[in-house]
Design a protein around this ligand. Structure first.
Ligand code: ADP
Length: 209
């Protein structure tokens, strides 16, 4: 866990005479691990508040388009121009939902799309209406996921590739949070992916919303 690594490096810094370059290297690793720890604590708190917040208002009218525009802005900053990120909406949807929860769900999907798509890839966010249901899809041309992993992706701490996920600063809790949020809205998270070709993650909202 990050704490073990932070403790280990702190011990090394205290116990050894190090030159400036090594000292900075160790401090950099402590900083990186403390940021991962921060994300882990934030994600665990989010999950626990989702489980305890029966009283949260999931009936606000949420204007999806400006929300997605703001989140795509964040995703572009994270991508630092390594990806093309586009919004393709044919309408201006509004959904009855908890605004902060929907924001958190879409942010999780966009962050993953950036993290699991090599430079030069394309990410699109689109909205469709199908049999009255509304579907928001985040699609990427990234590394994709082999079929055998798909059923387990939304389990807490489940990761396809531990090393890679750790390098990208993930917590293994993102998709568990997204699934929880969709369940609370009577909706679903649909995942489709092909190894090496890319993935699509769809938030499906029932017609009532
Ligand atoms: P993490 O913090 O590890 O990214 P998530 O719950 O968000 O945790 O995702 C679980 C796992 O699903 C990831 O470790 C990764 O293996 C896989 N994954 C998620 N999103 C994508 C994506 N867009 N492309 C490829 N793999 C993905």
């Amino acid at each position: 866990t990050p704490v073990t690594v932070i403790g280990g490096f702190a011990e090394t810094l205290l116990g050894l005479e190090l030159d400036e370059a090594s000292r900075r290297e160790y401090l950099g690793m402590i900083l990186k691990q403390s940021q991962t720890m921060q994300r882990l604590v934030d994600d665990l708190l989010t999950l626990s508040s989702l489980e305890n917040s029966a009283g949260t208002d999931t009936e606000q009218s949420v204007d999806i388009r400006p929300l997605v525009e703001a989140l795509v802005g964040e995703a572009r900053a994270l991508s630092q121009d390594r990806h093309t990120i586009e919004i393709r909406f044919q309408s201006r949807p509004s959904v009855l939902a908890s605004a902060p929860e929907i924001e958190s769900a879409i942010r999780n999907l966009l962050t993953n799309a950036v993290r699991y798509t090599p430079a030069g890839g394309r990410i699109t966010v689109d909205w469709r209406e199908r049999d009255g249901d509304g579907e928001l899809t985040v699609r990427d041309t990234g590394i994709g996921i082999a079929a055998e992993h798909l059923p387990r992706l939304t389990e807490r701490f489940y990761r396809v590739d531990r090393g890679r996920s750790r390098d990208t600063g993930g917590t293994g809790l993102g998709l568990a949070i997204v699934k929880h949020i969709m369940n609370r809205h009577g909706g679903r998270l649909l995942i489709d992916s092909e190894l090496g070709a890319g993935s699509s993650f769809t938030l499906r909202f029932p017609a009532r919303r």
